[in-house]
Every structure is written in C-alpha cells, then in structure tokens.
Design a protein around this ligand. Sequence first.
Ligand SMILES: NC(=O)c1ccc[n+]([C@@H]2O[C@H](COP(=O)([O-])OP(=O)(O)OC[C@H]3O[C@@H](n4cnc5c(N)ncnc54)[C@H](O)[C@@H]3O)[C@@H](O)[C@H]2O)c1
Ligand SMILES: [Zn+2]
Ligand SMILES: [Zn+2]
Length: 371
Amino acid sequence: MEITAAVVKEKGGSFNLQKLKLEEPRPNEVLVRIVATGTCHTDMAARDNFLGSSDFFPIVLGHEGAGIVEKVGAAVTGLAVGDHVVMTFGFCGHCVNCKSGKPAYCEKFMPLNFGGCRLDGSHSHHDHDNNGIKDNFFSQSSFATYAIGDQNNVIKVPKEAPLEILGPLGCGIQTGAGAIINSLKVKAGSSVVISGSGAVGLAALLAAKACSATTIVAVDINEERLNFALELGATHVVNSKKENVIEALQKIEPKGFDFGFDTTGRNDVINNSLAVLKSAGEMGIVGVAEKPLEIEMNGYVARGIQLKGIVEGDSVPGEFIPAMVKMYMNGQFPFDKLIKKYKFEDINQAIDDSEHGRTIKPVILIGEYNG
Ligand SMILES: NC(=O)c1ccc[n+]([C@@H]2O[C@H](COP(=O)([O-])OP(=O)(O)OC[C@H]3O[C@@H](n4cnc5c(N)ncnc54)[C@H](O)[C@@H]3O)[C@@H](O)[C@H]2O)c1
Ligand SMILES: [Zn+2]
Ligand SMILES: [Zn+2]
C-alpha cells in the first residue's frame, strides 16, 4: 500500500514527507493506521546517528505511535481490526530477560529497536524505485500514516481514552513514570530529587506525586520549566544556574533524599544528586549521555548507594501502558499537560520546539480520529 512517511535522508537532516510503499504485515505483525505519534529525544539522537551506524539512512523514525489496527497477521492473537493501540519498544518475548518480566533488557533490544530493518534484514518500506528504506525503528517507524509493529509491541488501550495523546505512553512518559513506579518503587512519605524537567522528568514528577512522595524536588536550568514543575506538584524547585544545588538540596532534606532520578545524562548534575542521597539511597539514570560518568566511588560504596541504569521505566508494556491510561482517566496522572499538538506537515517545527525547550512533549497528528 502507499503511505506518507517522514524520511530523514542523512545524518542531522530534516524530516521530509514522502510517499513510500509499505508491505503487507507478516504473520506475527500488525498494520496500524497511525492517528498521532509523539516525538522523543531518542528520535533526534537517531537522526544524529548517535550509535555511529555506517548505513542508517534514509530512515523512517518515530517510536511513540498511537493508532487503530487496520490488519493483523495470521499468527497474531489478542488484537483485532479496529482496536485502539499504543506502539512501544520492540522485544522478542522469549529470551531469558523477556521471560522473566524484563522486556526492556531483551537480548535483541538493539536490533529490534535500532537495527533499521527486521531481524532477518528485510524492510517493510520501499521507495517507488523499490529500494529498501531503513525502518522498523523501535519495531514501528511511526512518523507515517501507517506503521507495522510486532504483536509484542502493539498494546491495546480502551476506546474511551483519547487516542491522540496516548502515543508518548509508549516511550517518554513510560520511562519517567516507570522509573518511579517500577524501578525505584517510590514509597508514600519518601523524598525524591528529579533532575531535568523535560517530558521524562516531569512524567516522573507526576508519578512521584501519584505514589504520595512528600518531598519532590525538580532541578533544572530553565526557570519556565521549574515554574511549571511547581504547578504540576513539585514541593520545591532548584535552579542550578542560580543556586548551589547541593546546598539548596541539603537545606530541603537535611537528612538526605531517599531517591534520585536523573534525565540530563550530565556528570555534574548526577553527582549533585548522588551527594545528597541518604545511605542506602537509590538513584536512577536514563539520559543519553555525551560523556562517561565519573563518580567518587569510595564514599558511595561505604554508604551503600545504588545507581541504576533504566530502560523504558522497566515497563512490561502490556500491563504498564493500560495502567497509565487508567491513572490518567482517574485524574491521578495528568500527563496531557505536557503535550502540545502539531500537524504532520509541521513535524520539523515540533522537533525544533522540543530541542529548544519551547515544547515539552510534541505530538504529531497524522491521521483522522473522531475521539
Ligand atoms: N533510558 C530510556 O529508556 C529513555 C527513554 C526515553 C528518553 N530517554 C532519554 O532521556 C533524556 C531526557 O528526555 P526528555 O525528553 O525529558 O528530554 P528534555 O530535553 O525534554 O529534558 C531535559 C531537561 O534537562 C534540563 N537540563 C539540561 N541541562 C541541565 C543541567 N545542567 N541541570 C539541570 N537540568 C538540565 C533541560 O533544561 C531540560 O528541561 C534524553 O536523553 C532521552 O534521550 C531515555
Ligand atoms: Zn527478548
Ligand atoms: Zn523515546
């Protein structure tokens, strides 16, 4: 079938809307008519070829798709034409980590999400000269009118929920909320310092509030975002451009914080949070970093500090995405406040606004939806 997709032709290039041909779904695959797709910093990191792949372009990116099932392959169970779905990260479903409830650490995570093709090297997208286009980004490539996912990463959601805004539950929002709920298991009455008030950090903030943490501090360099963090329920904010972060945090929690969560991927910022944790405190990190992390190890070993890398909020998507939808519908998790909607033809503006801190979570409206 013919689809319209946003294609990045070279490293650092812009997103160009182009007609492509999309194959029929294979037995384990699902064809989804995309209604809307969120943009995430990982799309930009991939556009900039952060993995240094030798042959990554032209590619269709996009990995926070939301849409309606158009066709299912013969072996697909649990999904039917017309179902509303969120597309999330790819995982194989049968390796040791997938089987033990840790699909974000699937042995095939890299090829299924960043391989630029199916596991067997084939492409479902072709241009009109029949050249294969790099695809299967996060097992979806959802900056397009239609996308093909695997049945593992296409998650059914209730029809009463507003499908247009649900895509970010497949990555950015899932990462922040899941880090707090699934990975750190933040408890009622606890204290949390969250660095970076972007989509991931603010989703973490909303989740910390939903978990009844009683001290929730947002650290950022953007005053507007910090004011917004206060509106969303941060109990304190610290502007690291204006204040000595360690002193400010020690004043807020003189006995130290139970939890830290960093979304900036920056050495200095992570070290500031580590310094103010209680003994046996836990710190989660998710940012795509430019430099290796250096820490003063002995002190942290002696204090039993736990530093945890987290992918996709340790989510089991078939359980956690519907749970976040319910939390949203109940008013416990108002992640819609982070979203700004853009038309498909304005995708480059959306990316630019996100990169310059003007929009927290852009969602690209792609297909018709009367929700
Ligand atoms: N591990 C995963 O599974 C996963 C999933 C999704 C996203 N990510 C990554 O998480 C990171 C955060 O994503 P996002 O969408 O929230 O990004 P974002 O750019 O919207 O947010 C980052 C925030 O950090 C702030 N910041 C920058 N420098 C700072 C400093 N020195 N001190 C304090 N704050 C500072 C920025 O002002 C911004 O508000 C990205 O690197 C993204 O690629 C990881
Ligand atoms: Zn696996
Ligand atoms: Zn992402």
